[in-house]
Design a protein around this ligand. Structure first.
Ligand SMILES: Cc1cc2nc3c(=O)[nH]c(=O)nc-3n(C[C@H](O)[C@H](O)[C@H](O)COP(=O)(O)O)c2cc1C
Length: 450
């Protein structure tokens, strides 16, 4: 049988998600993975996740309603579900929206521990088929880079969380009793060097390690359905898709390349910048949402000063105990060159947000935490400037992206998709997978196997 789009990767994946290919479009924050992006991909049979991170819950609710009506619940789409260590109650509120809206799939990411909200989403409505096989109503695709977190997602939901949810009436006795019959996630997608949050591990090392971990876990829990392993990070060419599958991935996921498509919820200016990116045009910067713990994001470097400015903010944060301790000359440099407004204005805006979202947290802030909140404002602001395409502020654009984008630009140079305006997400996925199949066929032929 010739290799084709339909038989690249796991057949069970296609069955479980109602997808036409073992290819996933990862969620991109603040609706960059827009309703339109998810709709077009899902209509073509590609599993795609709406970028709910950083959006108000009302906006997510509206997106869910829009996707439930078109492409509808049977199509392969879901919502990105980010761990929220700062405001844990928001995870619960998001689960309420997802369950009420009939969302059957989430892409769980940034988790450092398993939370009650995640377990409730997974177990609500869990039943069994006629043969006694567990039939989860909701599926979880977990995106991880650390084996210990991968192990948690490959295990059944933790007993103590299940008991607590049962006792608080948030799970039924039947749902709680069935919990030990399924792993927390159906799929664990290994995130290597990628756009956005990344600890930049190489796929060559990560994918085989996770495939072995999955095989070990299958031995430890022989009665549970087998968890699939996916590959994300650095995939922007047919050769990369083929390599990920040869390393043992059951499916592949892309992110960066989908940001440079007509459907992505960002500005044309950003898409023009991305379409010109070369392999050396990326840099690491602190992550705004996890600023205090020093987490990093990969961003586009060419044409913006964001990475340099954000790294400077992090250095100032590390070396001072409070904003009042920062020398006046440095503060005025920040106000004029980075924030474009006074620190007092930034604080006023930040405080107003938190007074509404988490008033009790606001009262307990230490001076250092207050400084972190002021600096974090820049990360929200710089992302907004890029998304809105404020060309005069290009130096502050924060554009999450990884070198997969450059590989994609090189691959498509001189083709009908050279101009991003033609790179519709479904067309891009079709071509990527069709050519990946050709790459594999060719390699087998090179080795004298066809
Ligand atoms: C602009 C952008 C925003 C992203 N936002 C999120 C997000 O909110 N949640 C998430 O789980 N992953 C996010 N990611 C990661 C992608 O879903 C995907 O895992 C990653 O981009 C794959 O690696 P690649 O960029 O090398 O293709 C983002 C990636 C990009 C490029």
């Amino acid at each position: 049988m010739p290799i084709s789009r339909e038989n690249l990767g796991s057949a069970e994946f296609l069955f479980d998600y109602g997808a036409g290919a073992a290819y996933v479009l990862g969620g991109m924050v603040k609706g960059i993975s827009s309703v339109q992006l998810v709709r077009i991909a899902a209509r073509a049979g590609y599993l795609a996740f709406f970028g709910a991170g950083g959006l108000k819950l009302d906006v997510v609710r509206e997106a869910v309603l829009a996707l439930a009506s078109d492409p509808g619940h049977a199509a392969p789409w879901g919502v990105n579900f980010l761990h929220n260590p700062l405001i844990p109650l928001q995870e619960d509120a998001l689960v309420d929206i997802l369950l009420a809206g009939g969302v059957r799939r989430i892409e769980a990411s940034a988790f450092v521990q398993i939370t009650p909200a995640l377990v409730r989403y997974r177990l609500t409505g869990l039943g069994f088929d006629d043969a006694g096989k567990p039939l989860p109503r909701q599926r979880i695709l977990a995106k991880v880079s650390h084996p210990e977190i991968g192990r948690l997602f490959m295990s059944p939901p933790p007993d103590q969380l299940v008991s607590a949810l049962l006792h608080s009436g948030r799970l039924t006795a039947a749902e709680a009793a069935a919990a030990c019959k399924i792993p927390l996630a159906d799929d664990v997608c290994v995130e290597a060097d990628s756009g956005g949050h990344t600890d930049r591990r190489p796929s060559f090392a990560l994918i085989p390690a996770f495939v072995r971990l999955r095989n070990e876990m299958a031995k430890q829990y022989p009665d549970l359905p087998k968890v699939r392993v996916g590959a994300a990070g650095g995939i922007g060419s047919p050769e990369a898709v083929a390599a990920a599958l040869m390393l043992g991935a059951d499916f592949v996921m892309t992110g960066s390349i989908n940001q440079c498509t007509p459907e992505a919820g960002t500005s044309d200016v950003v898409k023009d910048m991305l379409a010109a990116a070369e392999p050396q045009d990326f840099d690491m910067a602190p992550a705004g949402d996890l600023f205090e713990i020093g987490a990093k994001v990969q961003v586009l470097k060419r044409g913006t000063m964001f990475a340099a400015r954000a790294n400077r903010l992090y250095d100032i944060y590390r070396t001072h105990a409070a904003i009042e301790e920062v020398p006046p000359a440095v503060l005025s440099e920040l106000e004029n060159r980075v924030f474009g407004r006074t620190i007092a204005d930034v604080w006023q805006e930040t405080e107003a947000y938190y007074r509404q979202a988490a008033p009790r947290q606001l009262e307990r802030l230490s001076p250092k935490q207050r400084m972190a909140m002021i600096f974090r404002w820049y990360f929200i602001h710089s992302q907004r400037l890029a998304q809105q395409g404020m060309i005069g502020q290009r130096a502050n654009f924060q554009i999450h992206c990884g070198p997969a984008m450059a590989a994609c630009n090189r691959w498509l140079a001189g083709s009908s998709l050279e101009d991003w305006r033609f790179r519709h997400v479904d067309v891009l996925a079709d071509r990527l997978l069709a050519e990946a199949a050709q790459v594999l066929e060719q390699r087998y032929a090179d080795f004298g196997m066809r």
